[in-house]
Design a protein around this ligand. Structure first.
Ligand SMILES: Nc1nc2c(c(=O)[nH]1)N[C@H]1C(S)=C(S)[C@@H](COP(=O)(O)OP(=O)(O)OC[C@H]3O[C@@H](n4cnc5c(=O)[nH]c(N)nc54)[C@H](O)[C@@H]3O)O[C@H]1N2
Ligand SMILES: Nc1nc2c(c(=O)[nH]1)N[C@H]1C(S)=C(S)[C@@H](COP(=O)(O)OP(=O)(O)OC[C@H]3O[C@@H](n4cnc5c(=O)[nH]c(N)nc54)[C@H](O)[C@@H]3O)O[C@H]1N2
Ligand code: SF4
Ligand SMILES: [Mo]
Length: 835
């Protein structure tokens, strides 16, 4: 309270608010001083449940994302000559909705393709976008995940049906394969955690990387492979474990199937020859393998160095052998399957509760009965009652009573249906034109242009792109531009006029991630998993709209939902949350075809009853309930102890109240077993298709260079000041302003290249000029370019400048994994010339 003695706060001093960093998957908690819409001071938030005050150097100048000449503030329509004209929102939404409906009528909704839907910090827009996907009857979608994680995701799905994470904070032996967490993070509080492992003489860090990365620099063992040879290196590690009798046999017997087949095949591997092929001394491979196998615990993390290199899906499989053969699962310092707020890839699945079976059966019986006989009439009664004030309290009490009975019974099947529809888990298995494999709804990014640039009748005719810049970020940018030019309609939703937006028929300006409710669904932690719903720090920039409002506007115009349902659900929401839940769950149970529209339904009904400005938190209500339904015991241990409907409700309320984020599940190490999705609860260790692949590479001598292209170039290295292309203003960077091409000392000497020299680098698909940096951590024959460069930014004089090399002018679509088409961006044959 303000008194005479304490002066009122000075508005010109600004105010502190809580949010998160949007530059990598860690989403560290931030406190920000906002003044006149500027992010003037930024510091780590000690209250954040995941990062506890930690940040790296990157978010300190996030204002370069929030404010600047890149922000767009009006919808735009492309003219025939390729320039853009500003149009108002109604015109834009009317025209786009009409065109979508027209394409659907002529070619089918499955020719409308959806791409993106979230960067490193913003998944709420994409989640609402999923309602549009279903409203138009789309079937095919993709995102950046399908150029890195789909191979690994498929391997995970066959082994145990879920995603794993390592307990690096507690592990005795940490193994990083093609992963440089010092720069790219991916591990919470990465630098202190790495430093701690490095300093502790009883713990060991093993890094597999052709380059002496910052992480390799402080590692105990660096296996400096030749680029692209990890399949031989990692299989030699696994073979050492089997051939030296270091497998954990009692564990394998109890918890896995198929181990004998795998071990037999690994026993046939010639370790000495494989070490020659990957360029790592045999003795070092053996030392590393023994260290992993004899430790109390080991955890493994693979990333782009192998996921964007030859044999990536096979390497994902082999990497998991290191911890599976040694039994490093579901124990401190090992690997774990974790809970989810909502799975970003793979299936939602409820885990068995600790509740006694008899109590569960009884509740299901009562609940199903209540549901079948009473729910629909009750929904209507509740809706009617809400219009008469006196009966509202009665209606609220009645629905609470009904909920107690019915919720546990219907919740799981209804929630499962909603989750699987929203995540497109049961979508097509292959793409319509080239029959490429689809994993978890995501078509391979390298297939997109092939599904457009063809006469095939089922080719994609329209593309909706949200929060992504595929012209810049996917292989062979020029090809993507050509594909966009062939489409009848393309819509980009972004905060900036990106390289992709410049090819689109319509561009819709989104409010920034600090101007709206926003959240990331990277909930990948174990045993404590956290989620943060970020509240806006300021009002939307005039002319922009938050994505949920954009999607609702289009879906309204498509007229796919009948008004009575919206009115009924809204009326129920006005009575009470319980009445709404009853009406909502029974509506989806009775009309399962509505499941795909859930985000829209929640937004237009429950959303309108939430406090001013919180409408888009309506979807979080749904996610909180799905989360509690799927993982009731873990959620209870995190402090949300109510049973049934009350549990998700308590979680939702806390998510809204705690701006720094909440811990939503608290697991015990042995709980990781419950997350295995195979009915037998075991890890199915033999994957015949990949064992055949392992056999195939036995006959392959790796070689990626030629006289024409004597170097292997890794295109897209994560550095101190790269963050995909989330920040466009080049002034954001404090170092490495131009994004230098790194080259080994020996190669630089031989070619007469000094630090700072201008060089031209050429690949089979393109050529670029850049500055060189002689880097003694590079091995001979390997060069490296950073990611995130080569975007256009207004230069302040009416023109535009472009800094550094756009990576995907140099990559090719055809160099890709044989299973899931992931591109070999870290393995591009190249040559260099001094300019
Ligand atoms: N600073 C920063 N951090 C980021 C991002 C960013 O843009 N900037 N982006 C985020 C995103 S989207 C992602 S996916 C992650 C990626 O995170 P990382 O995968 O860790 O990042 P990269 O630098 O692409 O690749 C890691 C390492 O792979 C090595 N490598 C290259 N070729 C090979 C090879 O043939 N074999 C092996 N074993 N290693 C090889 C490189 O030398 C490099 O050190 O980073 C996230 N974090
Ligand atoms: N050669 C090569 N290519 C690569 C890589 C590589 O290593 N080498 N790495 C790849 C990897 S791992 C990834 S993850 C991809 C990333 O590439 P993309 O999927 O293209 O993602 P970002 O670069 O993160 O782009 C995010 C976009 O979202 C916009 N944006 C920011 N905030 C908002 C918002 O609130 N709403 C909306 N609607 N838009 C917003 C930004 O302006 C930006 O255009 O790049 C890939 N491309
Ligand atoms: S870039 Fe990643 S590690 Fe650095 S502060 Fe942001 S979220 Fe945290
Ligand atoms: Mo990524």
């Amino acid at each position: 309270m303000t008194t005479r003695h304490t002066p009122p706060p000075d508005p010109s001093a600004g105010s502190w608010g809580k949010t998160a960093c949007i530059l990598c998957e860690c989403n560290c908690g931030l406190e920000v001083l906002v003044k006149d819409r500027e992010l003037v001071k930024i510091r780590g938030d000690k209250d954040h449940p995941g990062s506890a005050g930690y940040t790296c150097e990157k978010p300190l100048r996030l204002d370069k994302y929030q404010n600047g000449a890149h922000r767009i503030d009006t919808p735009m329509r492309r003219r025939p000559d390729g320039t853009y004209e500003a149009i108002d929102w109604d015109t834009a939404l009317d025209e786009i909705a009409a065109k979508l409906a027209n394409i659907k009528a002529r070619h089918g909704g499955d020719t409308i393709f959806f791409y993106g839907g979230g960067g490193q910090g913003n998944h709420l827009g994409g989640a609402y976008g999923r309602a549009l996907f279903h409203a138009v009857g789309a079937q095919y979608m993709s995102s950046a995940l399908a150029q890195e994680k789909t191979g690994e995701g498929w391997v995970d799905s066959l082994l145990y049906g879920n995603h794993t994470t390592g307990d690096f904070e507690n592990t005795e032996v940490a193994v990083f394969i093609g992963k440089n967490p010092w720069q790219s993070h991916g591990v919470a509080r990465a630098r202190p955690v790495l430093r701690e492992i490095s300093r502790d003489p009883t713990r060991t860090m093993i890094v597999i990387d052709p380059r002496r990365s910052e992480t390799a620099e402080i590692a105990d063992i660096h296996l400096q492979v030749k680029p692209g040879t990890d399949a031989w290196c990692v299989s030699a590690l696994a073979a050492t474990i089997t051939q030296e009798g270091l497998t954990n046999n009692p564990w394998l017997d109890e918890h896995t199937t198929g181990a004998d087949d795998v071990i037999a095949q690994l026993n046939d591997i010639d370790i000495e020859d494989y070490s020659r092929r990957c360029g790592v001394p045999e003795e070092l491979i053996r030392i590393a393998a023994r260290r992993i196998a004899t430790a109390e615990s080991a955890a493994v993390y693979e990333d782009l160095g192998v996921q964007m290199s030859p044999n990536s899906t096979l390497v994902s499989y082999l990497n998991k052998m290191l911890w599976m053969l040694t039994g490093n699962f579901a124990k401190p310092g090992g690997m774990h399957i974790h809970s989810w707020m909502f799975p970003i890839m793979g299936r939602w699945h409820p885990i068995p509760t600790d509740e006694p079976i008899r109590a569960k059966a009884l509740r299901r019986l009562v609940g199903t009965a209540a549901m079948q006989s009473g729910a629909t009439p009750l929904r209507k009664a509740v809706a009617a009652a809400s219009r008469i004030r006196i009966t509202r309290t009665v209606a609220a009490a009645t629905s609470d009573a009904a909920l107690t009975a019915f919720f546990p019974a219907v919740a799981v099947p209804v929630a499962r249906h909603i989750a699987n529809v929203l995540s497109v888990a049961d979508g097509p298995a292959t793409t319509p034109v080239t029959q490429a494999r689809i994993f978890s709804g995501h078509i391979p990014c390298n297939s997109i242009t092939e599904e457009i640039l063809t006469d095939h009748p089922r080719r994609f005719r329209a593309m909706w792109i949200d929060s992504s810049n595929p012209v810049h970020s996917l292989s062979q940018s020029q090809r993507f531009r050509e594909a966009m030019a062939e489409l009848e309609l393309s819509v980009v939703v972004d905060v900036a006029m990106t390289e992709t937006a410049r090819c689109a028929s319509y561009v819709l300006p989104a409010s920034s991630q600090f101007e709206k409710y926003e959240a990331a669904l990277f909930t990948l932690h174990f045993p404590h998993n956290a989620f943060q719903l970020r509240a806006p720090l300021m009002k939307p920039l005039a002319g922009t709209r938050p994505e949920p409002e954009i999607y609702a506007g289009i879906i309204d115009r498509l007229g796919v939902v009948d008004g009575t349902l919206i009115a009924d659900l809204t009326a129920a929401a006005q009575v009470s949350r319980g009445a709404f839940a009853l009406a909502f769950f029974s509506a989806i149970k009775n009309r399962p075809q509505l499941a795909g529209l859930v985000p829209y339904l929640l937004y237009r009904t429950l959303g309108t009853t939430l406090p001013e400005g919180q409408q888009s938190a309506a979807l979080i209500w749904g996610l909180a309930h799905l989360c509690a339904i799927a993982q009731p015991d873990g959620v209870a241990r995190a402090g949300y102890k109510a049973s049934g409907f009350g549990q998700g409700e308590a979680l939702f309320e806390d998510i809204l109240a705690r701006k720094e984020g909440v811990t939503f599940t608290d697991d015990r190490y042995e709980d990781a077993w419950k997350y295995i999705q195979h009915p037998d609860g075991k890890i199915h260790i033999a994957i015949p298709e990949l064992l055949a692949e392992l056999d195939r590479i036995d006959r392959v001598e790796p070689s990626y260079t030629s006289d024409e292209f004597p170097f292997v170039m890794s295109v897209g290295e994560r550095r101190s000041f790269t963050a995909n292309v989330i920040i466009r203003n080049p002034e954001w960077r404090r170092r490495d302003a131009e994004g230098a091409l790194r080259i080994s000392t020996a190669d630089a000497e031989e070619l007469g290249i000094g630090n700072g020299a201008q060089v031209r680098v050429t690949t089979e698909s393109g050529s670029a000029q850049t500055v060189a940096e002689v880097f003694d951590g590079m091995q001979r024959g390997h060069i490296s370019l950073p990611n995130g460069f080569g975007v256009r930014y207004p230069d302040g004089q009416g023109g535009e400048s472009e800094t550094g090399v756009a990576p995907n002018n140099l990559t090719s679509l055809s160099r890709r994994d044989r299973f899931f088409g992931t591109p070999w961006h870290k393995n591009v044959p190249a040559r260099i010339e001094v300019v």
